[in-house]
Design a protein around this ligand. Structure first.
Ligand code: AFD
Ligand code: MN
Ligand code: MN
Length: 430
């Protein structure tokens, strides 16, 4: 029998914190009520929020230099589902997982779907992988995949994406996320527009194979591994591709995939305006695609992104239905702790952005009251909504203090006994 955190243990740990939680919740409730905000409405809102966890996120990641495996890390998709189940059990904000193929390949996907359901999990967007060669693969992706100059290589990459759609259909997903590493490292290596044209030819086949209720998410990335030119490098390229493909193609924003200091929230606003925002890969960064924990470096930026999202939601912007996912690489922390902390930071930004009085903000903006507009936004950001998040978790049967409870449960130590390392596990350098 594999170890699981029991409902009794969870209840007993929560019981120790309930009085303090009630006190903090009431104090915040009084403060918000003076500002004309109902804390109950905010808690209910927090309870509706959900963000998907990537299956590759529960493994230890790595840099281009090294990987330092953690004890008891998952060895396969079954172990990964178990860990993802714990993250949701304690936070109650991550009910779905985003799988990656071929990393998560199994023989029977109906069985996998049922297995996930036993962990109270469903499947979110399916991610294809044509950025590395798999054992026995006929054509190499060293010089590109969906945009490769050789048609047979492109078709192999297309076939893989079609297979991902088929797998996703069996798992109950309704979206395919396509990120390619294609590009060039030397001026003169590749014809910039011919590569884009080939991308369009390949993606058209994938697009035409989408089931009616499916979307394809195009994920852009500025650089790495293609340091001179990347085919889908920015939101302009992904937007152009999505526009040409049609209504089922949208642009995915990974927060780490922009040049430093880029105004990401404005990109989000523009994509919302165009009805082309697919959703997010949340993470944080200092320099580039650092894949650090969400909200760990620049929580204000995360909040400003949610400011745009909540604004769009409340004014019921046409075609607005973003998919929320985390995409991080955990190198020096326990991935379960990082993912729980990140999911809570993302939910925090959502609730903080919900505190803003939109009418008051519009009036300040239209009236040219710069300082008032800024203060309205800033006041929401500096409000500590932790008691609301804890209350939302408590009411949904989660943990008041997820990381504290996880640590005292001994989960990782138990898994270290249950999961002897296997040769060749490299759960995701992403
Ligand atoms: C890489 C890419 C991108 C993608 C992930 C999984 O940078 O973020 O989402 O791999 O395919 O990290
Ligand atoms: Mn990503
Ligand atoms: Mn990335």
């Amino acid at each position: 029998m594999s170890f699981a955190i029991s409902a009794d243990f969870l209840a007993a740990e929560n019981a120790k914190l309930e009085a303090a939680q009630a006190e903090d919740y009431q104090a915040l409730g009084r403060q918000l009520s003076r500002r004309g905000i109902s804390i109950e409405a905010m808690t209910e809102r927090a309870m509706t929020y959900a963000v998907a966890v990537p299956t590759w996120g529960v493994g230890t990641g790595g840099t281009r230099f090294a990987r330092f495996p953690g004890p008891g890390e998952p060895r396969n998709i079954h172990d990964k589902l178990e860990d993802c189940g714990v993250i949701n059990q304690l936070t109650r904000v991550t009910p779905t997982v985003s799988p990656h193929f071929p990393w998560d390949k199994v023989a029977d996907y109906n069985a996998l779907r049922q297995e996930a359901a036993r962990h109270e999990l469903g499947f979110d967007a399916v991610n294809s992988n044509t950025f590395q060669d798999q054992r026995g693969q006929r054509h190499s992706y060293k010089f590109g995949s969906l945009t490769h100059a050789v048609k047979a290589t492109r078709m192999q990459a297309v076939e893989h994406n079609l297979e991902c759609i088929e797998i996703g259909r069996q798992l109950g997903s309704t979206a395919l996320t396509v990120w390619i590493a294609d590009g060039s490292n030397f001026p003169g290596q590749s014809n910039l527009n011919a590569a884009f044209d080939r991308y369009m030819d390949s993606l058209r086949i994938v697009y035409d194979a989408l089931p009616t209720d499916w979307l394809v998410f195009l994920e852009h990335k500025l650089y790495e591994p293609a340091f001179y030119s990347t085919v889908i490098s920015d939101w302009g390229s992904s937007f152009m591709a999505a526009l040409e493909l049609g209504p089922k193609a949208r642009c995915l924003v990974d927060l780490g995939h922009h040049a430093p200091n880029t105004n990401i929230e404005q990109i989000v606003a523009r994509l919302i305006r165009a009805g082309k925002l697919a959703g997010f890969h949340f993470n944080d960064s200092k320099y580039g695609d650092d894949d650090l924990d969400s909200g760990s470096v620049d929580p204000f930026r995360l909040f400003l992104v949610f400011n745009e999202l909540v604004d769009a939601e409340l004014r019921q912007a046409e075609g607005f239905s973003p998919a929320y996912m985390i995409d991080q690489s955990h190198n020096v922390t326990d991935p379960i702790e990082s993912l729980m902390a990140s999911a809570i930071e993302i939910q925090r930004a959502f609730v903080q952005a919900s505190l803003i009085d939109r009418e008051l903000l519009s009036a300040a903006q239209d009236g040219g009251d710069v300082m008032l507009g800024h203060r309205i936004v800033k006041q929401a950001f500096i409000t500590d909504v932790s008691p609301i998040l804890a209350e939302a978790r408590r009411r949904k049967g989660g943990a008041i203090d997820p990381i504290g409870l996880y640590r005292s449960s001994g989960y990782r130590a138990e898994k270290t006994k249950e999961r002897p390392p296997v040769e060749g596990t490299s759960a995701g350098i992403v």
